[in-house]
Design a binder for this molecule. Structure first.
Ligand code: NAP
Length: 278
Protein backbone atom coordinates (compact mmCIF):
# COMPACT_ATOMS: atom_id res chain seq x y z
CA UNK A 1 0.00 0.00 0.00
CA UNK A 2 1.46 3.33 -1.04
CA UNK A 3 -0.10 6.64 0.02
CA UNK A 4 -1.40 7.06 -3.58
CA UNK A 5 -3.44 3.88 -3.18
CA UNK A 6 -5.19 4.84 0.07
CA UNK A 7 -8.92 5.15 -0.57
CA UNK A 8 -12.19 5.29 1.35
CA UNK A 9 -12.08 1.50 1.63
CA UNK A 10 -8.59 1.23 3.13
CA UNK A 11 -8.63 -0.45 6.53
CA UNK A 12 -6.51 0.93 9.35
CA UNK A 13 -4.17 -1.00 11.63
CA UNK A 14 -1.70 0.42 14.13
CA UNK A 15 0.35 0.21 17.28
CA UNK A 16 -0.37 2.13 20.47
CA UNK A 17 2.48 2.84 22.87
CA UNK A 18 4.29 5.69 24.61
CA UNK A 19 6.73 6.45 23.04
CA UNK A 20 6.33 4.76 19.63
CA UNK A 21 8.79 6.61 17.36
CA UNK A 22 11.32 3.71 17.31
CA UNK A 23 8.81 0.92 16.61
CA UNK A 24 9.60 -1.48 13.76
CA UNK A 25 5.99 -2.66 13.47
CA UNK A 26 4.79 -0.22 10.74
CA UNK A 27 7.65 -1.21 8.41
CA UNK A 28 7.00 -4.90 9.02
CA UNK A 29 3.19 -4.88 8.77
CA UNK A 30 2.92 -2.41 5.83
CA UNK A 31 5.48 -4.42 3.86
CA UNK A 32 3.47 -7.60 4.37
CA UNK A 33 0.20 -5.89 3.32
CA UNK A 34 1.95 -4.60 0.20
CA UNK A 35 3.37 -8.03 -0.65
CA UNK A 36 -0.09 -9.60 -0.40
CA UNK A 37 -1.88 -6.69 -2.10
CA UNK A 38 -4.10 -6.09 0.93
CA UNK A 39 -5.87 -2.74 1.28
CA UNK A 40 -4.62 -1.88 4.76
CA UNK A 41 -2.37 0.83 6.19
CA UNK A 42 -0.54 0.44 9.55
CA UNK A 43 0.42 3.52 11.59
CA UNK A 44 1.93 4.29 15.01
CA UNK A 45 -0.19 6.08 17.64
CA UNK A 46 1.60 7.76 20.55
CA UNK A 47 -0.93 7.39 23.38
CA UNK A 48 -0.14 8.88 26.80
CA UNK A 49 -1.32 6.71 29.74
CA UNK A 50 -4.07 9.17 30.74
CA UNK A 51 -5.48 9.00 27.18
CA UNK A 52 -5.59 5.20 26.96
CA UNK A 53 -9.33 4.78 27.57
CA UNK A 54 -10.17 7.46 24.96
CA UNK A 55 -7.78 5.87 22.49
CA UNK A 56 -9.50 2.49 22.92
CA UNK A 57 -12.92 4.09 22.40
CA UNK A 58 -11.43 5.66 19.28
CA UNK A 59 -10.64 2.20 17.87
CA UNK A 60 -14.36 1.45 17.95
CA UNK A 61 -15.48 4.90 16.77
CA UNK A 62 -13.00 5.03 13.87
CA UNK A 63 -13.48 1.36 12.88
CA UNK A 64 -9.77 0.69 13.22
CA UNK A 65 -9.40 -3.01 12.36
CA UNK A 66 -6.75 -3.83 14.94
CA UNK A 67 -3.80 -2.53 16.94
CA UNK A 68 -0.67 -3.85 18.56
CA UNK A 69 -0.08 -2.69 22.11
CA UNK A 70 3.35 -1.91 23.47
CA UNK A 71 5.00 -0.42 26.57
CA UNK A 72 3.47 0.90 28.84
CA UNK A 73 -0.09 -0.20 27.95
CA UNK A 74 0.00 -4.01 27.76
CA UNK A 75 -1.64 -4.55 31.16
CA UNK A 76 -3.51 -1.25 31.57
CA UNK A 77 -5.51 -1.82 28.38
CA UNK A 78 -7.30 -4.93 29.64
CA UNK A 79 -10.23 -3.26 31.50
CA UNK A 80 -11.23 -1.44 28.29
CA UNK A 81 -11.57 -4.59 26.13
CA UNK A 82 -14.67 -6.75 25.57
CA UNK A 83 -13.02 -10.16 25.58
CA UNK A 84 -9.65 -11.81 26.23
CA UNK A 85 -8.17 -14.81 24.49
CA UNK A 86 -7.50 -17.50 27.19
CA UNK A 87 -3.68 -17.23 26.88
CA UNK A 88 -3.78 -13.42 27.19
CA UNK A 89 -6.01 -13.86 30.25
CA UNK A 90 -3.49 -16.21 31.89
CA UNK A 91 -0.59 -13.87 31.07
CA UNK A 92 -2.51 -10.79 32.24
CA UNK A 93 -1.22 -8.69 29.34
CA UNK A 94 -2.30 -7.94 25.76
CA UNK A 95 -0.10 -7.05 22.78
CA UNK A 96 -2.71 -7.39 20.02
CA UNK A 97 -6.30 -6.11 19.85
CA UNK A 98 -8.64 -7.21 17.07
CA UNK A 99 -11.81 -5.20 16.36
CA UNK A 100 -14.55 -7.68 15.45
CA UNK A 101 -17.49 -5.50 14.44
CA UNK A 102 -17.05 -3.21 17.44
CA UNK A 103 -16.07 -5.96 19.92
CA UNK A 104 -12.45 -5.58 20.98
CA UNK A 105 -10.68 -8.89 21.62
CA UNK A 106 -7.26 -8.98 23.31
CA UNK A 107 -4.53 -11.49 22.46
CA UNK A 108 -0.92 -11.97 23.51
CA UNK A 109 1.36 -13.21 20.72
CA UNK A 110 4.72 -12.56 22.49
CA UNK A 111 5.29 -16.08 23.85
CA UNK A 112 4.17 -17.85 20.69
CA UNK A 113 6.29 -15.39 18.71
CA UNK A 114 9.30 -16.56 20.70
CA UNK A 115 8.50 -20.21 19.85
CA UNK A 116 8.16 -19.31 16.16
CA UNK A 117 11.64 -17.73 16.26
CA UNK A 118 13.15 -20.88 17.85
CA UNK A 119 11.66 -23.05 15.13
CA UNK A 120 12.38 -20.70 12.21
CA UNK A 121 15.95 -19.84 13.21
CA UNK A 122 17.15 -23.10 14.75
CA UNK A 123 14.50 -25.76 14.00
CA UNK A 124 14.16 -26.29 17.76
CA UNK A 125 11.02 -26.78 19.83
CA UNK A 126 10.76 -26.74 23.63
CA UNK A 127 9.39 -30.28 23.98
CA UNK A 128 11.25 -32.35 26.62
CA UNK A 129 13.68 -29.48 27.27
CA UNK A 130 14.94 -28.23 30.65
CA UNK A 131 14.30 -24.49 30.49
CA UNK A 132 15.30 -21.53 32.64
CA UNK A 133 13.63 -18.14 32.21
CA UNK A 134 15.49 -15.16 33.69
CA UNK A 135 12.94 -12.46 34.54
CA UNK A 136 9.27 -12.42 35.51
CA UNK A 137 8.13 -9.12 33.97
CA UNK A 138 5.62 -8.80 31.12
CA UNK A 139 7.60 -10.74 28.54
CA UNK A 140 8.85 -13.28 31.08
CA UNK A 141 5.22 -14.00 31.95
CA UNK A 142 4.20 -14.32 28.29
CA UNK A 143 7.01 -16.77 27.52
CA UNK A 144 6.55 -18.75 30.76
CA UNK A 145 2.80 -19.28 30.28
CA UNK A 146 3.26 -20.21 26.61
CA UNK A 147 6.08 -22.67 27.33
CA UNK A 148 4.18 -24.17 30.28
CA UNK A 149 1.46 -25.30 27.84
CA UNK A 150 4.03 -27.47 26.00
CA UNK A 151 5.33 -30.91 27.06
CA UNK A 152 8.59 -29.57 28.50
CA UNK A 153 10.86 -31.48 30.88
CA UNK A 154 11.18 -28.70 33.50
CA UNK A 155 10.91 -24.93 33.94
CA UNK A 156 12.71 -22.68 36.42
CA UNK A 157 11.80 -18.98 36.65
CA UNK A 158 14.46 -16.76 38.26
CA UNK A 159 13.78 -13.10 38.98
CA UNK A 160 15.47 -10.26 40.89
CA UNK A 161 12.29 -9.89 42.95
CA UNK A 162 11.87 -13.45 44.23
CA UNK A 163 8.20 -13.03 45.12
CA UNK A 164 7.29 -12.39 41.46
CA UNK A 165 9.23 -15.49 40.40
CA UNK A 166 7.39 -17.63 42.96
CA UNK A 167 3.97 -16.25 41.94
CA UNK A 168 4.58 -16.89 38.24
CA UNK A 169 6.09 -20.31 38.91
CA UNK A 170 3.03 -21.35 40.87
CA UNK A 171 0.72 -20.40 37.97
CA UNK A 172 2.94 -22.27 35.49
CA UNK A 173 3.62 -25.32 37.68
CA UNK A 174 7.30 -24.38 37.55
CA UNK A 175 10.02 -23.74 40.12
CA UNK A 176 10.60 -20.12 41.19
CA UNK A 177 13.76 -18.63 42.64
CA UNK A 178 15.52 -15.34 43.26
CA UNK A 179 17.95 -14.59 40.42
CA UNK A 180 20.73 -14.36 43.04
CA UNK A 181 19.92 -17.91 44.27
CA UNK A 182 19.97 -19.56 40.83
CA UNK A 183 22.51 -22.38 41.12
CA UNK A 184 25.32 -23.27 38.74
CA UNK A 185 24.00 -26.85 38.82
CA UNK A 186 20.60 -25.73 37.44
CA UNK A 187 22.27 -23.66 34.73
CA UNK A 188 24.61 -26.53 33.84
CA UNK A 189 21.66 -28.93 33.53
CA UNK A 190 19.49 -26.58 31.45
CA UNK A 191 19.01 -27.05 27.71
CA UNK A 192 17.65 -23.55 27.06
CA UNK A 193 18.23 -20.34 29.09
CA UNK A 194 16.17 -17.29 28.10
CA UNK A 195 16.94 -13.75 29.30
CA UNK A 196 13.74 -11.70 29.54
CA UNK A 197 15.14 -9.13 32.00
CA UNK A 198 16.02 -5.58 30.96
CA UNK A 199 19.72 -6.29 31.62
CA UNK A 200 21.67 -5.78 28.39
CA UNK A 201 19.86 -2.76 26.92
CA UNK A 202 19.38 0.96 27.51
CA UNK A 203 20.64 2.08 30.91
CA UNK A 204 21.60 -1.55 31.63
CA UNK A 205 23.48 -2.07 28.33
CA UNK A 206 26.69 -3.36 29.97
CA UNK A 207 25.00 -5.61 32.54
CA UNK A 208 24.32 -9.37 32.46
CA UNK A 209 21.55 -11.29 34.26
CA UNK A 210 24.17 -13.80 35.51
CA UNK A 211 27.76 -13.02 36.42
CA UNK A 212 29.45 -16.46 36.22
CA UNK A 213 29.81 -18.30 32.91
CA UNK A 214 31.70 -21.47 33.89
CA UNK A 215 28.48 -23.48 33.41
CA UNK A 216 28.09 -22.60 29.71
CA UNK A 217 28.88 -25.34 27.20
CA UNK A 218 28.29 -26.21 23.56
CA UNK A 219 25.08 -28.10 24.46
CA UNK A 220 23.36 -24.90 25.66
CA UNK A 221 20.95 -22.74 23.70
CA UNK A 222 21.06 -19.22 25.15
CA UNK A 223 18.36 -16.74 24.11
CA UNK A 224 18.04 -13.06 24.84
CA UNK A 225 14.78 -11.40 23.84
CA UNK A 226 16.54 -8.02 23.65
CA UNK A 227 17.04 -7.05 19.98
CA UNK A 228 18.81 -3.69 20.41
CA UNK A 229 21.76 -4.24 20.75
CA UNK A 230 21.65 -7.33 18.52
CA UNK A 231 24.15 -9.07 20.80
CA UNK A 232 23.92 -8.33 24.54
CA UNK A 233 26.94 -8.93 26.82
CA UNK A 234 25.10 -12.07 28.07
CA UNK A 235 24.80 -13.52 24.55
CA UNK A 236 28.36 -12.53 23.71
CA UNK A 237 29.82 -14.25 26.80
CA UNK A 238 27.80 -17.42 26.15
CA UNK A 239 28.68 -17.49 22.42
CA UNK A 240 32.38 -17.25 23.31
CA UNK A 241 31.92 -20.32 25.52
CA UNK A 242 30.56 -22.25 22.54
CA UNK A 243 26.81 -22.02 23.20
CA UNK A 244 24.28 -21.55 20.41
CA UNK A 245 22.73 -18.08 20.80
CA UNK A 246 19.58 -16.31 19.60
CA UNK A 247 18.65 -12.64 19.96
CA UNK A 248 15.18 -11.04 20.15
CA UNK A 249 14.71 -10.02 16.49
CA UNK A 250 13.07 -13.34 15.64
CA UNK A 251 10.59 -13.03 18.51
CA UNK A 252 9.65 -9.55 17.28
CA UNK A 253 9.02 -10.94 13.79
CA UNK A 254 7.17 -13.97 15.20
CA UNK A 255 4.77 -11.93 17.35
CA UNK A 256 4.20 -9.66 14.33
CA UNK A 257 3.45 -12.66 12.11
CA UNK A 258 0.76 -13.90 14.50
CA UNK A 259 -0.70 -10.39 14.93
CA UNK A 260 -0.87 -9.93 11.13
CA UNK A 261 -2.77 -13.19 10.82
CA UNK A 262 -5.21 -12.15 13.56
CA UNK A 263 -5.76 -8.72 11.93
CA UNK A 264 -6.17 -9.80 8.31
CA UNK A 265 -6.87 -13.56 8.27
CA UNK A 266 -3.94 -13.99 5.85
CA UNK A 267 -0.69 -15.87 6.54
CA UNK A 268 2.43 -13.73 6.88
CA UNK A 269 5.95 -14.75 5.88
CA UNK A 270 8.31 -14.77 8.88
CA UNK A 271 11.46 -14.13 6.84
CA UNK A 272 9.90 -11.19 4.97
CA UNK A 273 8.76 -9.64 8.25
CA UNK A 274 12.16 -10.17 9.87
CA UNK A 275 13.96 -8.62 6.89
CA UNK A 276 12.12 -5.34 7.60
CA UNK A 277 13.58 -5.24 11.13
CA UNK A 278 17.27 -5.68 10.36
P1 NAP B 1 9.18 -5.49 32.40
O1 NAP B 1 7.81 -6.02 32.46
O2 NAP B 1 9.45 -4.12 32.91
O3 NAP B 1 10.14 -6.54 33.20
C1 NAP B 1 11.49 -6.23 33.42
C2 NAP B 1 12.21 -7.46 33.96
O4 NAP B 1 13.61 -7.11 34.10
C3 NAP B 1 11.73 -7.89 35.35
O5 NAP B 1 11.90 -9.28 35.49
C4 NAP B 1 12.71 -7.12 36.27
O6 NAP B 1 12.87 -7.71 37.55
C5 NAP B 1 13.99 -7.27 35.48
N1 NAP B 1 14.96 -6.24 35.84
C6 NAP B 1 14.87 -4.90 35.61
N2 NAP B 1 15.96 -4.27 36.09
C7 NAP B 1 16.75 -5.23 36.66
C8 NAP B 1 17.97 -5.21 37.35
N3 NAP B 1 18.67 -4.07 37.53
N4 NAP B 1 18.50 -6.39 37.79
C9 NAP B 1 17.83 -7.56 37.60
N5 NAP B 1 16.63 -7.63 36.95
C10 NAP B 1 16.10 -6.48 36.50
O7 NAP B 1 9.76 -5.50 30.91
P2 NAP B 1 9.35 -6.44 29.67
O8 NAP B 1 8.24 -5.82 28.93
O9 NAP B 1 9.21 -7.85 30.15
O10 NAP B 1 10.66 -6.31 28.75
C11 NAP B 1 11.90 -6.87 29.14
C12 NAP B 1 12.87 -6.85 27.98
O11 NAP B 1 12.35 -7.63 26.92
C13 NAP B 1 13.11 -5.47 27.40
O12 NAP B 1 14.49 -5.36 27.19
C14 NAP B 1 12.35 -5.47 26.09
O13 NAP B 1 12.98 -4.66 25.11
C15 NAP B 1 12.41 -6.93 25.69
N6 NAP B 1 11.26 -7.35 24.85
C16 NAP B 1 11.51 -7.93 23.65
C17 NAP B 1 10.45 -8.37 22.87
C18 NAP B 1 10.71 -8.99 21.51
O14 NAP B 1 9.76 -9.12 20.73
N7 NAP B 1 11.92 -9.40 21.21
C19 NAP B 1 9.13 -8.23 23.31
C20 NAP B 1 8.91 -7.66 24.58
C21 NAP B 1 9.99 -7.21 25.34
P3 NAP B 1 11.96 -7.23 38.81
O15 NAP B 1 10.67 -7.99 38.68
O16 NAP B 1 12.74 -7.63 39.99
O17 NAP B 1 11.78 -5.75 38.67
Amino acid sequence: MTTQNISGKTQILGVIGHPVNHTGSPAMQNHMCQQLGLDYVYVAFNVAPDQLESAISGIRALHIKGVNVTIPHKEAVIPFLDELDPLAEKIGAVNTIVNQNGRLIGYNTDGRGFLIALMQELQIDVNNKRIIILGAGGSGKAIAHTIAEKPINSLIIANRTAEKAHQLAQLCQAQGTALSDLTLASLTDADIVINTTALGMGDHQNQCPVTAFSWVSTKHLICDIIYNPSETPFLSQCRQKGATTLNGIGMLAGQGQLAFELFTGFSADYQLLKAQLI
